[in-house]
Design a protein. Structure first.
Length: 215
């Protein structure tokens, strides 16, 4: 049985089937937004045309979003020299923000702590791990250390640049002319000379370590 919305039961009492059919069509049309005064003057065929729900107007196309003006864009550096900086005795990560055509570095407020390994603290960079003391050397000197770095105070967690030194490599080789003596310092191989005995060669190395010269 049809449930009327706009007609009460007393209005339906005593109606013929044809009249009930007409009232049903009027009720359906009124549900679609038509007024009763406009419908009661129409015949059944005309009312039936109004029982079809009104088509909903198409949704307007969404307006294209305007580009955000002044919104800074975060840039992750690809070069290791631009990804870290050394200051106040510690290493800090760097990110970059592009704003209004200008790019500015944004350092992290916290220093890189690293993870302790046998060789010292290491820090993850992309898909590899870097020794933190070697990274400090690179950031300060502009080149990777050519050789092994030592911590002067023996503390591998102290990676201040003043606590790092490139290990001197001593070469004493016997030749026909004598004992050829060389030391490696700061990536350079320095020839101290040729000495008659091994003791003289070793003494020249000790003098060089103390004074930076064999004189």
């Amino acid at each position: 049985m049809y449930n009327f919305r706009f007609f009460d039961d007393h209005e339906l009492t005593g109606k013929t089937p044809l009249e009930l059919h007409r009232m049903t069509l009027i009720d359906k049309a009124m549900r679609n937004g038509f007024e009763y005064d406009d419908l009661e003057r129409l015949n059944i065929e005309q009312i039936e045309s109004f029982t079809v729900p009104k088509p909903k107007p198409p949704k307007p196309a969404p307006k294209p979003k305007a580009p955000k003006v002044g919104q800074p864009r975060r840039i992750i550096p690809m070069d290791i020299a631009e990804a870290f900086e050394y200051r106040r005795g510690a290493v800090y990560r760097l990110e970059y923000l592009e704003h209004m055509g200008e790019i500015a570095p944004v350092p992290s407020p916290y220093p890189v702590e690293g993870t302790m390994r046998a060789q010292g603290l290491v820090v993850k960079w992309r898909r590899e791990y870097l020794a933190l003391h070697r990274l400090v050397w690179f950031l300060v000197k502009g080149e990777w250390p050519d050789g092994r770095l030592i911590h002067l105070d023996g503390d591998k967690a102290n990676n201040r640049i003043e606590n790092l030194e490139l290990e001197r490599l001593v070469i004493i080789r016997k030749t026909k002319a004598g004992y050829l003596t060389k030391v490696r310092q700061d990536g350079c191989l320095i020839e101290l000379g040729v000495f008659d005995t091994h003791n003289e060669a070793a003494h020249s190395v000790n003098v060089f370590k103390e004074h930076g010269t064999i004189d």
